[in-house]
Write a protein that binds this ligand. Sequence first.
Ligand code: NI
Length: 139
Amino acid sequence: MAIRLIRRYRFAASHLYRRPEWSEEENLRRFGKCSNLPGHGHNYRLTVTVTGEVGPQTGFVVDLAELDRIVGREVLEQVDHHHLNIAVPEFAEGGRIPSSENLVAWIHPRLTKALPAGVRLVSVRVAEDEDLAAEWNAD
Ligand code: NI
């Protein structure tokens, strides 16, 4: 019987929504205040859900310390107290916009490839505040 484990993390980061190929007016029209230089910050919440069989001896789906180390290394250390447009190559000028949607898309493959055998990622949720979140779900 597969059981889901849900773990929530926090990080603070700043970002800027701006397309260099667009004019100042177009950036303002499409992105609003999110295009204001040099950017603005959020206290993000990252919720990671994994599934797997419960170990008969441990009672765990995953070693929580190991999950925390993986999320720390693959995500939190890369973004916490950083400017996303500078710290993450994918979000550099001319690249993808560091929206919550694109953060989820960036986090998903990093965690998928790093999780231990027998543990499957089923959801990644990034909330930039209590009113807005983006989420990927396996089903
Ligand atoms: Ni923002």
